[in-house]
Write a protein that binds this ligand. Structure first.
Ligand code: GLA
Ligand code: ZN
Length: 684
C-alpha cells in the first residue's frame, strides 16, 4: 500500500490544532499574544484561520483590511504553526446583504431570509459569487506563497438550499440539459399521476410545502441540482485559488450524516477530504460502544470517498458542544480515545472548534481549548496538550492508510429516495442506522471496512454488504453480478432493487435486475408496528452452521425462492415457515438476502459466520473483550495497530507477540492493560 502526501511535502507530521478566530479579539493584543504561547504549550502545529472573518477583512464594500491578518499569519509562522487559510464565504457582512439582497436565501416556503445567521446564501447569486471571488483572489495573491500556509479551507460546512427565482431558473435549465424535452421528463417523473403533467418548463418549481411535495422524481432531481449547484459555487470560489496557488491543496469541511449534499460527487473536487465530528459520548440514548461504531462508520465513509487517501478531522470539540440536547463532558480518557479513533481510521489530523472560547455570541459555551478562565491550568487544556504529544509520536503514520476486504454500501441518492418514499412505513425506515448496524460486527471484530456508494469499484473486496439498496442506479446490478460471478459475496436485505434513479418501480418483480443474482422474488413487504415482532429461525443443516431464533421487527419481506436456498424461516403470522434468509450460488460467488430487519444479535452471528467462511483478515489475531476493538493503518511493510477500549472500565488483553508501543515508546508483550477508554498504538 502506498504512502500518500497530503500537503505536497510542506508538512509530514500529524496535524493538531483548531479553528482560530483572532478577528474576535483584535481589540485585545494581550490575548493575541497569549494565544501563541498557549498554542505552543498545547502542542498545536496548525490553525484554521479566517473562517468567519469577512467583515473584519472587508468592513465596507471594496475596503480591504489585511494588516491584522498579515500580523497573525506572521506570528503563527514565526512560532512554527502552520495555517489552513479559510475563504470567508461561510457568513457574510451586513453591507453585502443590504446592497445585494439577492444573496439572501429564499426558503422552501418562499419566504426570504433577512440578514443574519450563517451558511445561508443563495449559491446561484452572481453577486455573491463575484464578491467572494474578489476577496478570495486577494487572499491568494497576498498569502498564497506564504510558507506557513499549507492548505485552503474553503468556506465552512456547505449546505442548505435556496428557492429564489435565480435558483429556479438554473434548476429549469439543469432539467432541460438532463431530459431534453418535457415528454421525457414527464415520463421519468410519472407526472401524469394526479394530472401533474408539465406542459411548460416555466411551470416547474422546486418542491414547496404549499406546492409540489408528492412528485418523487422532481424531489430527487431537486436534491441532485442543489448538490451540484453547491459544488458549482465551490468551484467558482476556488477558481482564483487554483489559478494563483495551483500547488496548495484544497479542502472543505464535510458534516456527520449530512444528507443535503452528495459528498461522493463533492469529494471528486477537493484534494483532501475533511470532516467535523461531534459525537454525543456518554449519552442516555445509546452506549459508548454503539456510538463508537457509528463514528467509526463515518470515518470509514469519509476515508473511502477518496479511495483510502487519508482525511482530516477538521473539527471536534475538546470538551463539549453547546448545541446537543444534553452535552456531557467527555469522561477522562475519552478525549484521547476519540481523537486517536479518527487517526486509526485514516485521519492525519485532530483539530478542534475552537481555539479560544468567545466571550459572546451563539457559541460562547461551546468547548474550546482555552476556556473563559484564560489560562492553561484546566483539564481540557491538559488533555489537548497530552494528545498533541501523542500525535508527535505518531508522525510516521502520516500518509499511511487502511486496506479493506469488506465494503458496506451507503449511498446518498439511495438515502434520499428512501426518505422521500411515501410508505411502506413513514417512520423508522432508518437507512443510515441500518447501514451502521450491518457494519458494526466487522468493526467489533477488528476487520477493516470501506463505506462506499454504489458507483464504486467492487472488485477489490471479498464481500459487499448492501443494506436496503432501494434505488438501483444504472449499471449497479451488472457490476454487482460481475463481482459475485468472479467469486465475491454480496449481502442485501429487504427493500432492495425497488426503483430506478427517477424513483420508477421496476417492472417484473423485486428486487428488479437483482432477482437472478439472489435467486428470489419478493412479492410483498409486511411492516410491523413498533411493538410487534416476528421471529426468524435457522433451518437445520443450513450451510452457515447457525442455529437459534432471533427477533424480527419493522420490515418482513415475503419472498419466493427462484433458485436460492432457504437458510432461515419466519416463526409466526400467516407467513410462518416462509424463507427469511436465502443464499444463491451465482458464478463463483454467493448472494445472501436477509428478508427481515432482525435484531443485532442476528447480524452479529450471521456476519461472524461469513467472516469465518471467507477467512477475512482481522487486524490482530487476539480475543477482545466486548467494547474493545482494533483498526490498522499500513504503508509498505509497516503495520500500525490501534487497540481501543470503549468501556468505562479497565480491560486486560493478551497479546499474541511482541509489539512496539508508539505511545509508550517501548516494547510490550504478554498482558496489556487498557485503562478506561484506553488506547494503544502498536507497531509490528
Ligand atoms: C460546526 C461549525 C463550527 C462550529 C461547530 C460547533 O462544525 O463548522 O463553526 O459551529 O459546529 O460544534
Ligand atoms: Zn437562490
Amino acid at each position: 500500500m502506498q504512502k500518500y502526501d497530503l500537503f505536497n511535502g510542506k508538512v509530514n507530521n500529524m496535524l493538531h490544532g483548531a479553528d482560530y478566530n483572532p478577528d474576535q479579539w483584535l481589540h485585545r493584543p494581550d490575548i493575541l499574544e497569549k494565544d501563541i504561547k498557549l498554542m505552543k504549550k498545547a502542542n498545536c502545529n496548525v490553525m484554521s484561520l479566517g473562517i468567519f472573518a469577512w467583515s473584519a477583512l472587508e468592513p465596507e464594500e471594496g475596503n480591504f483590511q489585511f494588516e491584522w491578518l498579515d500580523q497573525i499569519i506572521e506570528n503563527l509562522y514565526q512560532n512554527g504553526i502552520n495555517i489552513m487559510l479559510a475563504t470567508p464565504s461561510g457568513a457574510r457582512p451586513d453591507w453585502l446583504a443590504a446592497k445585494y439582497p439577492e444573496v439572501l436565501r429564499v426558503n422552501t416556503d418562499r419566504t426570504k431570509d433577512l440578514f443574519g445567521e450563517r451558511h445561508n446564501h443563495c449559491y446561484t447569486s452572481p453577486a455573491y459569487r463575484e464578491k467572494i471571488k474578489i476577496i478570495n483572489r486577494k487572499l491568494a495573491e497576498r498569502y498564497g506563497d506564504h510558507p506557513a500556509v499549507i492548505m485552503w479551507h474553503i468556506s465552512n460546512e456547505y449546505g442548505g438550499e435556496c428557492h429564489c427565482d435565480l435558483c429556479q431558473a438554473d434548476f429549469r435549465s439543469w432539467l432541460k440539459d438532463k431530459y431534453g424535452d418535457l415528454e421525457t421528463l414527464n415520463q421519468a417523473w410519472w407526472s401524469n399521476f394526479w394530472s401533474h403533467t408539465y406542459s411548460d418548463w416555466d411551470n416547474i418549481e422546486s418542491p414547496a410545502p404549499q406546492g409540489m411535495q408528492s412528485n418523487h422524481g422532481l424531489a430527487l432531481d431537486w436534491k441532485r441540482f442543489v448538490s451540484e449547484q453547491t459544488i458549482d459555487f465551490y468551484k467558482s470560489e476556488i477558481e482564483p485559488l487554483r489559478e494563483i496557488t495551483p500547488e496548495l491543496p484544497i479542502t472543505t469541511n464535510f458534516m456527520y450524516r449530512f444528507d443535503g449534499l452528495d459528498y461522493s460527487k463533492f469529494a471528486k473536487e477537493v484534494d483532501v477530504v475533511s470532516w467535523d465530528s461531534y459525537p454525543s459520548w456518554h449519552s442516555d440514548q445509546e452506549s459508548d460502544i454503539e456510538r463508537a461504531a457509528d463514528v467509526a462508520f463515518m470515518h470509514d465513509y469519509f476515508r473511502s470517498l477518496k479511495d483510502g487517501k487519508p482525511f482530516l478531522l477538521m473539527e471536534s470539540t475538546p470538551s463539549k458542544t453547546n448545541w446537543q440536547p444534553v452535552a456531557k463532558l467527555k469522561r477522562p480518557g475519552m478525549h484521547r480515545l476519540s481523537s486517536l479513533q479518527a487517526v486509526a481510521h485514516g485521519s492525519d489530523s485532530v483539530q478542534y472548534f475552537q481555539w479560544r472560547k468567545s466571550r459572546g455570541g451563539f457559541e460562547k459555551f461551546h468547548g474550546s481549548v482555552v476556556d473563559h478562565v484564560g489560562h492553561e491550568d484546566t483539564r481540557v487544556f491538559n488533555d489537548v496538550k497530552a494528545l498533541g504529544s501523542d500525535l508527535q509520536k505518531l508522525e510516521e503514520l502520516t500518509g499511511t492508510s487502511v486496506e479493506a476486504e469488506v465494503a458496506v454500501i451507503f449511498d446518498t441518492e439511495n438515502r434520499w429516495a428512501i426518505n422521500e418514499a411515501s410508505g411502506p412505513r413513514q417512520k423508522k425506515k432508518n437507512y443510515v442506522e441500518t447501514c451502521v448496524q450491518h457494519y458494526q460486527t466487522f468493526w467489533e471484530e477488528g476487520i477493516s471496512a470501506d463505506v462506499i456508494d454504489q458507483s464504486k469499484d467492487f472488485s477489490k473486496y471479498k464481500i459487499v454488504v448492501a443494506p436496503m439498496l432501494y434505488m438501483l442506479k444504472d449499471g449497479t446490478s451488472e457490476r454487482l453480478k460481475n463481482f459475485v460471478k468472479n467469486g465475491g459475496t454480496v449481502v442485501s436485505t429487504y427493500w432492495s432493487g425497488i426503483v430506478n434513479e427517477t424513483d420508477l418501480c421496476f417492472e417484473g418483480g423485486f428486487p428488479g435486475q437483482l432477482k437472478d443474482l439472489f435467486g428470489i422474488w419478493a412479492e410483498e413487504l409486511d411492516v410491523l408496528y413498533d411493538a410487534d415482532q416476528n421471529t426468524v429461525s435457522f433451518k437445520n443443516k443450513n450451510g452457515l452452521k447457525l442455529s437459534g431464533q432471533y427477533k424480527a421487527e419493522i420490515f418482513c419481506d415475503l419472498i419466493h425462492l427462484d433458485g436460492a436456498e432457504s437458510l432461515a424461516e419466519y416463526g409466526s403470522d400467516f407467513y410462518a415457515s416462509r424463507s427469511a434468509l436465502t443464499v444463491n450460488n451465482f458464478g463463483h460467488g454467493r448472494a445472501f438476502y436477509i428478508a427481515s430487519r432482525n435484531e443485532q444479535k442476528f447480524k452479529r452471528d450471521f456476519y461472524q459466520a461469513l467472516i469465518e467462511e471467507l477467512d477475512l483478515n482481522r487486524v490482530i489475531e487476539i480475543e477482545f473483550p466486548s467494547g474493545v476493538t482494533a483498526q490498522k493503518r499500513s504503508a509498505g511493510e509497516k503495520d500500525y495497530i490501534f487497540l481501543m477500549n470503549f468501556n468505562n472500565q479497565v480491560v486486560e488483553i493478551k497479546l499474541n507477540k511482541k509489539y512496539y508501543s508508539l505511545l509508550k515508546e517501548k516494547d510490550i508483550t504478554g498482558k496489556l492493560r487498557l485503562e478506561n477508554y484506553g488506547v494503544e498504538v502498536l507497531k509490528s
